[in-house]
Each structure stands twice: as structure tokens, then as C-alpha cells.
Write a protein that binds this ligand. Sequence first.
Ligand code: PLP
Length: 498
Amino acid sequence: MTTLNTEKEEQFETPLFTALIKHAEKEPVQFHIPGHKKGNGMDPEFKEFIGKNALSIDLINISPLDSLHLPQGIIKESQELAAKAFGADYTFFSVQGTSGAIIAMIMSVCEPGDKILVPRNVHKSIMSAFVFSGAIPIFIHPEVDSNFGISHGITPDSIEKALNLNPDTKAVLVINPTYYGVSGDLKKIVEIAHLREIPVLVDEAHGAHIHFHQDLPLSAMAAGADLAATSVHKLGGSLTQSSILNLRGNLVSSKRVQSVLSMLTTTSTSYLLLASLDVARRMLATEGQALLEETIRKAERTRTKINEIDYLYCMGHEVLESSAAVSMDPTKLLISVKELGITGYEVEKWLRKHFKIEVELSDLYNILCIVTPGDSEDDLRVLVEALTVLSQEFKSQDDKNIDSSVLLPEIPTLALTPRDAFYAEKEVVDFEQSEGRIIAEFVMVYPPGIPIFIPGEIITKDNIEYTRRNIEVGLPVQGAEDIEFRKIRVIKESFANK
Ligand SMILES: Cc1ncc(COP(=O)(O)O)c(C=O)c1O
């Protein structure tokens, strides 16, 4: 009991942030980088705007302040507190977002030629990790929700089957939860993988908060996963770009993770980002439960109100009807607008123009709004009001011919590993004429950043059409060298399937 109390008490401490403040208070004479020297050597307008407090702790790894590359002091202490808060054995801080943590996570476990089971709807950083590491992805088809036109999780069954077919698999990667807040049965997947001593790596970019409230999906660490890359900056309250990599168990070596992370990390780590991780962890550990209780309540009330608006539908718990979708994060408001006869992107622009509302993302059929402890009742009231006006404005177009069918192309077949395709000899062809060729570039809509094509896949007519459709409606399609998508780089003279 006393130990428990002590553990709870220590979560109020912020060793890193406190040490930085104390250091700045001493007003040291700085003959080290950053050269702006507490802001005195920088553009005055920016200095004024950012403020002297922030600039006084924009420091570098001088010895009293420890080093992210070999933490032995205040960073180590802060990481240890984070590990306790997140239920991990080790927590590593990342100043390169979850993208950096994900690449380190995969490179820590997979060597060139190693197989890794992974859902196809993964973020581009995972695909980049395959190019860097040389790991061979074995794609598992995620369950598709044809109502919203999004993918959910993968089923334990599909993992079991894939492992039977590929007993030499080195790792299983799971997204928990998805961008839209849906989680599959991670605990069961971990059990299946661990029976074979295969580590489970989790992309927890959208789950920094889930460990801190019982009504949210099970966190990676609570489900027994081995590694989890978590965007504390997205939903955990820290500054943009600051993330963590959590590790538990003994299937993955902490020393290996530390050394790979260090290989991939800038030597000029931002202490503003690190300090923000320290304080975000304090807030989550000490107040997270209460703050999230309130946030969930607000989001649920907003969901109910949105579902009373004609032509709109906000995803709720009814979506959980398979082992690929066993729990959901109610703070995500995924709103289908397809019955209005306009795209999610048009709604995004309309909300910006008429109500100064900025959404998290839009796609052909939906908009996504995230609710966090940072939202007031008033913010949510404005959202409901705006959506009500939107519905009235567009429902008056009685003659509109609503096409509410969802276009979801097949996942392309992988003909070459992403790394081989990336480094192969290439040529440039017309995108419209590229059906059947093996693509050498990534193509994705960002956000959410899930690739339509990855290097090594065979281009299909459906996917060319899907890419075109996204470009036509103005969605941010990116990844290819030709940003207009007239041309595309493919593997030279390799006609697959022909
Ligand atoms: C599912 C998923 N994984 C990973 C990332 C990468 O996270 P970060 O932006 O922190 O690098 C994102 C970012 O949008 C994401 O949506």
C-alpha cells in the first residue's frame, strides 16, 4: 500500500521540466548552441511572440541536462516515470514523432529479409521502415467498413492463419486503435503471437490517452504487447513531434531499441519537446482518468446530437460487430456526410469558410473531429450548430442525385519487396497508362497517410481511378515525384501479370 502511494505520489514529479527551469533560473552564461542564446540572438518579432520562458529552456544536451542518446540523469528519471505511468518496463522519448519511433521499433526487431505480419492500412512511416530495414511485409487484409469507406483492425483468426503459413515470421504489427478510434482484439493477437515467441509491435499513434481510462480501448502495454509507438503529442497533451516508444517483456532487447533509436535521432534534441513529454505524462497519470471521463461524456453527447441531424451519421458503438472491431474510442467523431451528396472535403472547406472550424481530416465520404480535454462545451456547441446549418443548406438541393455508394478499391498485389522496388531501375510513364506496372513510389492521401500504393505493388485500374477521384475533389494526394500525378515512376520494363 505504501509502495502504491509512493508510486502515485511520484507521478506528480517532473524531473526534466523542473531541472530545466532551475537551470534557466541560474541565468547561465551560454557559450553553447543554440546560438540564439535565450532568444537574444534571434528575430525580435519571433522572440516576442514565443516568449522568453520558452526560449530559456530551448537548450541542448550539456552535461547537467543529460542526453537522450545515453540517458543517465533527468531524462532517464523522466522516462522511468513515464514507463510506470504507461505500464511499460521501459519508455524511450522520441523527438521525431511516432514516425521516428515506428521506424526504430521495426528496425530493432527486423533485419533484411525478415517477415513481418502487418495490416495493409498502415501509416506511411511503417512502409518507409520496410524500405530502410529490408523487412518483408506479409499483408493481412483489414476488415473494411463499406458504410464509412474505412478499414478497421485485423482479426486474431487472420493472424493465426498467416502465422501458420509463415512460421518464420519475426514480428506482428497491429494498429491499436485506428485513426478512427476502432480497436480489434489486441489481447488475443498478443496471446497467439506469444505462443510462438513472436513479438507484437503496436502503432499506437492515436492512443496516447487510452491507458488512462477504462472505457477506452485496451492500451498496447495493458494488452501485453512488446513495443508500442505512441503519439503523446496527438492525444496526450505534449508538443507536436514529441512521442514515446514503450517496451515490455523480454522478447525485445531494450539495449537494441536504445541503440537503433539513437542511430535515427538528431543529436540536437529539443528540450522543449522533451519537457512537454514530462508534463504530459504527469497530467495523464494524475488527472487523466477525470479529464477523460469528462471528455468522453462531452463527445458522447455531441455524437447523439449529430445523429439527430438529417443526412449525417456519426459512428458509434454499433460499429463493433466483429473481432476486428471490439472496442472504440468515443472521443473520435467520425461523421459520414455522403447522404448530403457532397464530399467530406467539401464539408471541410464549408466549415472553415462559414464557421472557422478546422477538422482533423476529411475524405471522400467523411469528416473526422477529435474531442480532447482541450475542448469546451462551447466548441462542441458550435460544431453541432454548424453541422445543423450544413445539413439544412444541402438538403434543400432536392434535385441532387445522391450517389452514396462507397468506392473502395482492392488492395494491390505486392510483386517486389518495398526495398527492392525502391532501389530498382526505374522509368517514368503516364499515370493513366500505368495499369499492370510495378510502382516504385508511394501514393497516399495525407491525412490519414495510408498509402493507396507502396513501392513494389502492381498498379490496378481501380486504384488509378481511386487516386484520380481523390485528386479531382481536391484531397491532398501526395508521395509521387510528379505532384500533379500525370507521370509515375515504375520498375523498368517489368510487366507484371502480362
Ligand atoms: C496511424 C498512424 N501511425 C503513425 C503516425 C505517425 O505519427 P507522427 O505524426 O507522430 O509521426 C500517424 C500520423 O498521422 C498515424 O495516423
